[in-house]
Design a protein around this ligand. Structure first.
Ligand SMILES: Cc1cc2nc3c(=O)[nH]c(=O)nc-3n(C[C@H](O)[C@H](O)[C@H](O)COP(=O)(O)OP(=O)(O)OC[C@H]3O[C@@H](n4cnc5c(N)ncnc54)[C@H](O)[C@@H]3O)c2cc1C
Length: 444
């Protein structure tokens, strides 16, 4: 293997979705302006592209967020997905979210914000909502559902296919990707990183871009940044000594389904997401597994060895410390507990006749994955040292290919990018910390 270059204008650390998307878009943006090219960019990963959360994500691409600042980001993301859906494995099947009457005003606000961001969605309430679901899935048990949002640009993607596609894009645009190179520290002077230190030597650089997923807290500490902070909310509420990073354990898995999972019109169904806060989930023996229902699923596609669906439930909070390595399916600590399979399959059976009694079809395999969340569970995209740009997506981000495009625009032009402004780190001190939302899940 050739030795590492002694210098590179840009060093991108981490070849997950954000590192790959940023490197690719930055190469294009520099070339378009005549100010550089992909040969100015070195992308390092201690393992290989897709070794983190990006390689094991469920692959749902949706814009169902109560935080309106995310809606334009997702529009950019879908533009990226649709720029080459074949090589990114993107299926634009849409996304359907269903809820109860207490969520109608949230859904209305989401739809209005999505429309304003140029992201098309249709809203149905009451009997129209139930009819819409039954037309797509005739076996949908619609009792309790009072509102439905149908996002047309959304869908799902194959995670491995997308990693392959992004890696090809980087290479085609001249980015050097070096797998098996671990960043071990940063040579800091006067608030700037002079050199990125690796297990194979030091690399001088002008700017560093971090796309480190669950490893972000470790590098935050390597950059001498504080582990707690003061949060100021728009209503004046102040929280002192909040943890900067909190790990959550995601719970996703697959269920075999031998009959093809199709709509009444014999199409690949939209990704489905249902939150019924007033509906307990009951196991086959009538035991209450959870006092509310929150579940999502889609065609299993790339993940399955036979026909089936892939889905998940609300993640579980771990706390400010976690063992990140070994990561994902290789971790012994963070696999989903057996009760997860009971909850997922019971929730599915409670909503659709075709999944009643499907617990034996749950596919037993390692399925662990943790993410590092920010204090308000929303991304931080900002300079955290004078020449270190952080993309920390708070576990939202397989879908967020558009962040790399926007960060590249900022890096290439030096100008602020409006869509990224709400996600500045300064929001915590400036009273723009994102606030509460009406859901049991940290991600809406
Ligand atoms: C089980 C699971 C399911 C998910 N499902 C979805 C979903 O359906 N939809 C969605 O939008 N999001 C989903 N997510 C969230 C999404 O996968 C992540 O938010 C996103 O992939 C994070 O991307 P990243 O580029 O920030 O980090 P990662 O993909 O984690 O990449 C970080 C990279 O950094 C490398 N690295 C670490 N330390 C070093 C070092 N010292 N030196 C060099 N390289 C280093 C790692 O090897 C890794 O490749 C899911 C996450 C999990 C865990």
């Amino acid at each position: 293997m050739s030795s590492l270059p002694a210098a590179s204008t840009y060093v991108v650390v981490g070849a997950g979705v954000h590192g790959l998307s940023t490197a690719w878009h930055l190469a294009m943006a520099l070339a378009a302006r005549g100010t550089g090219s992909g040969s100015d960019i070195l992308l390092l990963d201690k393992a290989e592209p897709g070794a983190g959360a990006t390689g094991i994500a469920c692959g749902c691409v949706r814009n169902f967020y109560m935080t309106s600042a995310l809606h334009p980001i997702l529009r950019h993301s879908v533009d990226v997905w649709m720029s080459d859906p074949v090589n990114f494995g993107f299926q634009q099947v849409g996304y359907v979210s269903a809820g109860e009457a207490n969520q109608i005003s949230d859904y209305e606000a989401i739809q209005a914000s999505q429309q304003a961001a140029g992201y098309r969605s249709d809203l149905y309430t009451g009997a129209d909502a139930r009819r819409f679901l039954a037309e797509l899935w005739p076996d949908f048990k619609t009792t309790g559902v009072d509102v439905v949002l149908h996002e047309l640009p959304s869908g799902y993607a194959g995670t491995r296919q997308m990693v392959w596609g992004l890696t090809q894009k980087c290479r085609q645009h001249g980015v050097t990707i070096r797998s098996g190179v671990e960043v071990t520290g940063y040579d800091l002077a006067n608030g700037r990183v002079r050199q990125v230190l690796t297990d194979q030597g030091a690399i001088a650089c002008d700017a560093v871009i971090l796309g480190l997923g669950a490893w972000t807290p470790k590098h935050w500490a390597l950059l001498d940044l504080p582990s707690t902070l003061r949060l100021v909310y728009p209503d004046g509420t102040v929280v002192e000594d909040a943890d900067m990073w909190t790990y959550w354990r995601l719970r996703e898995g697959e269920v075999y389904h031998d009959a093809p999972y199709r709509t009444a019109a014999d199409r690949d169904p939209p990704v489905l997401h249902v939150e019924l806060m007033g509906a307990p989930v009951l196991g086959p023996d009538g035991r209450e597994l959870e006092d509310h229902l929150y579940v999502y699923w889609k065609n299993g596609a790339e993940r399955m060895d036979r026909p089936g669906v892939q889905g998940g439930v609300i993640p579980v909070r771990i706390g400010p410390d976690a063992e990140v390595d070994p990561y994902g399916h290789a971790s012994e600590r963070y696999q989903a507990e057996p009760g997860f399979a009971d909850l997922l399959t019971a929730s599915m059976g409670q909503l659709m006749g075709r999944f009643e009694g499907c617990r034996p079809q749950f596919r037993e395999r390692p399925n662990g994955g943790i993410c590092a969340f920010t204090p308000d569970n929303l991304p931080v995209c900002d300079w955290i040292r004078d020449n270190v740009y952080l993309i920390a997506d708070s576990g939202h981000g397989f879908k967020m290919t558009g962040i790399g495009k926007l960060v590249a625009e900022h890096l290439a032009t030096g100008r602020p990018v409006a869509e990224l402004q709400p996600f500045a780190f300064s929001r915590y001190a400036d009273g723009r910390t994102f606030g509460a939302h009406n859901s049991n899940c940290p991600w809406v």
